[in-house]
Each structure stands twice: as C-alpha cells, then as structure tokens.
Design a protein around this ligand. Sequence first.
Ligand code: ARG
Length: 403
Amino acid sequence: MTKIEKIVLSYSGGLDTSIILKWLQETYGCEVVTFTADLGQGEELEPARANAEMVGVKDIRIVDLREEFVSDFVFPMLRANALYEGQYLLGSSIARPLIAKHLVGIAREVGANAVAHGATGKGNDQIRFELAVNALDPSIKVIAPWRQWNIRSRMQLLEYAEKHHIPVPSDKRGEAPFSIDANLLHTSTEGKILENPAEVAPDHAYQRTVDPVDAPDTPEIVTIGFDWGDPVSVNGKSMTPAALLTELNGLGGRHGIGRLDLVENRFIGMKSRGIYETPGGTILLTAHRGIESITLDRAAAHLKDEIMPRYAELIYNGFWFAPEREMLQALIDHSQAFVSGEVTLRLYKGSASVISRASPCSLYSADLVTFEESTIAFDHHDAEGFIRLNGLRLRSWAVRGGR
Ligand code: ARG
C-alpha cells in the first residue's frame, strides 16, 4: 500500500465533511488541504473557512467555479437537451466532474497523492468523483471515508460529531436537515420522509421554488437569445453564463418552474426518490428546444434525440471524462453551428411555454408551408408519388393479409 502523504478533501463546510476532515487527520496523521467550490449553492462559504481553521487546516481553498461550471459543463450538456430517464436535468451529476477536476489540479499543485470526498457508499456521487479522478490522474488515490469507517448511519454520525465538538446544523424547524445538494443548476433533496415514495413530499422539502399554486396570477414574458446553441442574453441584455442562469433561476423560482418529484434508478443498482428544483435549467431546456425547432434540420434533430438518452446516462453514471462522452459531445457541438436566434417564453404557474421563436439562420419557410398561394415551386403531384411509393410495401402486406 502506498503511504498517504497529503490529502485534498472536497469540503463543503457542512456536518458530514467536517467529520470527514477530522477523521482523515486522525486516521492518516497527515496534512489535509480543504477545497470548497463555489458552484452557486447560495450558501455562505466563509463558515467553511472558519470550520477548517478550527481543526488546524493550514491550506484552505475556496474557489469560485460558477462561470466554469455553467460554461464548460452545464451549457455543453444543455446543447444535448440531456435528461436522465426522461425527466432529471442532471444537476448533481454534472457538478461532480468539475469538482474532481479541481481536486486533481490542487493535489498536483500541493504535492498531495490522495483526494477525499464525502459521498456515501450507496450513491452515484462516489462513482462520478472517482471515475473522473481515474480519468484525469491515475496516480492519485481516492479516499472515501463513508466506505471505510464504521459509522453506518446518520445517528452514529451525530454521535461522532458530539464527541468531537463539531457543531450540528439543523433545518428551519430545528430538525436534522434533508440530504441536500445545491448548485447553480439545481437543488436536490433526499432522505428522511422522502425515502418513502408513497408519502407526499412536504412543502418544506422545496428550497428554491414556490408552489405553482402560490405563483403570481399574472404571467411573465421572457426572451432568451442563443448563439451557437448557447444562451447569451435575457430580454436583450447580454450576460455571462453564470449571471444568465442566476437570472433565470430567480424568474423560474418565483413562477414555480422546474419542480420534479422523481423515483430514479441509481447506477449502483437501487431505486431512490428525490425532489429536484431546476428553475433556470427547465426554462433553458424549453427555450433551447424552441430555437432548435427552427434551426436544425429534421434528420440532425432526430439523430440528436436518439443519442440523447445515451449521452445523459453517461453523465449520470459518471463518464463525463470518457472517450465516448467526448465523441458524442463533438457530434452535438457540431450540430449547434446555426442554433442562434431568440425564443420568447411565457412563465406561468409552474410552466414555461415557448410562445415565439425567430432566427437569422431559420430553416422555416412560411412561403413553403402556407395554406395560401405560394411562390415556391412545390408540385402537389410530387406528394402523390411520395405517398404512393411509401405505401407500396404496405399494400403488398395488406394484400397478403398481414393483419
Ligand atoms: N440522486 C441525484 C443524483 O444521483 C442527486 C444526488 C445528490 N443529492 C443529495 N441530495 N445528496 O444525481
């Protein structure tokens, strides 16, 4: 076994990773560097510094990754219209490779030969972190305390915290909080009462969207500009990727957009139930499909839709840094060259609906499709032959008595 000389820990500053920090120091007796990523989780990150200082960490890294997260991870995924199992916008899945990339970068910089994370042994996140580290630097060892120590439940975790004087946070109602993972793309809430899929999720399980029932009675209109498949403006105002997603999260949250109560199939082999809130991402997915509808060729659009579930599954399963994901990405990116223009949506009580779209690269021809007299040469007799030939084999089949 290689000796662990120095460890870089993915550190949120919360209860679980504070315990892990302490445990790593005690178990390995080496220096632990903490890395806290600002992914727009909307929490104060300074407590992470204070908590790390308290247990004697000398090298504390708090890095703002919001722009990189949205421009290099969220937007490429959005180009694919990626949804796992038809519904999940992959908000946690897409953040892991980015965190892993920076863990590896810092490890190299400080001469650490191991990185550590706080994901449990039952989840997807451990797989995503570790596959990414494998792909980026096979020489770095990954430590997953949840799979090594003998703490087996949240109760035991709380006991360990008490013993080591680590402050235990509680939710607004003074109870132990749900398991929450938040970033600029989404908030995921799991655990506690949600573990029974037959139970209706209580209102306090939702963190960043209003109940559509309580959303404003007047709809709001928003126009999103796209360039090469990526959103670049809101209501005519150019914005950086992170600023744009932040803006749409605010709008979507107020209108109750992007709530999802889902039972999904984890890669590790079990079903789990969670609540997702992806307000800005839901608006962007709808808008992106809107602009693609007039700018993509039919066969190109259909090919994208065929590979989408495969691409989404790769991200869900943790294969972001894998050759097949990069191959699919190249195909998707290539398709976006003319995906530019503007889409207008109406936000109203939980829904985001496209109400108009326009593009200088549009393939849509009103003159061609019109029910009125057209100037474009379209011979209606061609349609007759088209149908006759497509029907040829169906007539043979019917004559034989296929049904
Ligand atoms: N089940 C989701 C996924 O695998 C979210 C996982 C993290 N969320 C959490 N609340 N701990 O992508």
